[in-house]
Design a protein around this ligand. Structure first.
Ligand code: NAP
Length: 261
């Protein structure tokens, strides 16, 4: 299937590792020109070098929580590649695991800054560039099943991800008049650096990862991102696309006699 991405220009934030890196690879394989962006210059430089075997790629260091960085990221992308068609707002952190009763304002603010302010800034700057160039662009944000259901000691992450789901709907509404679509991918557990402390190595037993009984690989999320970034889903906007191997589709069975937790 032709996804219509050949020669289109895409930014992938958090493109140096994990899900973003897989999304950058998938876009390059479709013939898109890709800017990978991430916060640590050495990380983004290494990724851009490795990805260059797949096509036209540039690396730009930018902290998505800093307005000037995101403005520069989009401006440099337009300078280098002439336009912007696709923004993948994927960069994220997992933060400290802390009960909300013990969470500091600094822990809360850091999470909101990277995820919510970062996604807002990436969406805003992408929409401005697309609007001024008359491009019918696509914005894909990355939420989480944690934005739909809750997890212990992750209240800041859950709130930020739920915020991204809502923010994406609002982008879809506000940007539709310029032909810009915005959709969100909400992954379940995926094997990346972010989850290395939570997911046992392949072959070891897993509990709670859903009806498919396994975690996802970054490439499986990248495929969903690729679809939402493409011209193939031209009637889709404001949607949150859960890609979780059935993690949240089934309620857990009752176990008679089990002690209440
Ligand atoms: P990862 O492997 O830890 O990679 C995180 C990426 O984000 C890296 O490229 C990192 O850059 C970049 N980054 C972090 N802070 C940044 C900032 N302030 N500005 C710019 N870039 C920044 O994470 P991942 O698992 O691929 O997660 C990607 C996205 O998916 C995140 O939004 C995450 O919340 C979401 N998600 C992940 C899972 C999962 O199970 N893995 C599940 C649901 C949702 P450097 O390389 O420069 O450090």
């Amino acid at each position: 299937m032709d996804l219509g991405l050949k020669d289109q220009v895409a930014i992938v934030t958090g493109g140096s590792r994990g899900i973003g890196r897989a999304a950058a690879e998938a876009l390059l394989r479709e013939g898109a020109k890709v800017v990978v962006a991430s916060v640590r210059p050495a990380s983004v430089e290494a990724a851009a070098k490795e990805l260059s075997a797949l096509g036209a790629v540039e690396g730009i260091a930018a902290d998505v929580s800093v307005e000037a960085d995101v403005v520069r990221l989009v401006a440099e992308t337009v300078d280098r590649f002439g336009r912007l068609d696709v923004m993948i707002a994927n960069a994220g952190i997992d933060g400290d695991a802390v009960n909300l009763a013990d969470m500091t304002v600094a822990q809360w603010d850091e999470m909101m800054a990277v995820h919510l302010r970062g996604t807002f800034l990436c969406g805003r700057e992408a929409a401005r560039a697309m609007r001024s160039a008359g491009r019918r662009g696509r914005i894909v944000t990355v939420g989480s099943v944690s934005g739909i259901e809750s997890e212990a000691s992750g209240g800041h992450y859950c709130a930020a991800k739920a915020g991204i789901h809502g923010l994406t709907r609002s982008m879809a509404v506000d940007f539709a008049k310029w032909g810009i679509r915005a959709n969100c991918v909400a992954p379940g557990w995926v094997r990346t650096d972010m989850t290395v402390d939570y997911i046992p190595p392949p072959g070891e037993p897993l509990v709670g990862c859903g009806v498919m009984d396994r975690v996802g690989e970054p490439e499986e999320i990248a495929n969903a991102i690729l679809f939402l970034a493409s011209e193939s889903c031209g009637f889709l906007t404001g949607e949150t696309f859960v890609v979780d191997g059935g993690q949240i589709v089934a309620a857990p069975d009752l176990e008679p006699g089990a002690p209440a937790t």
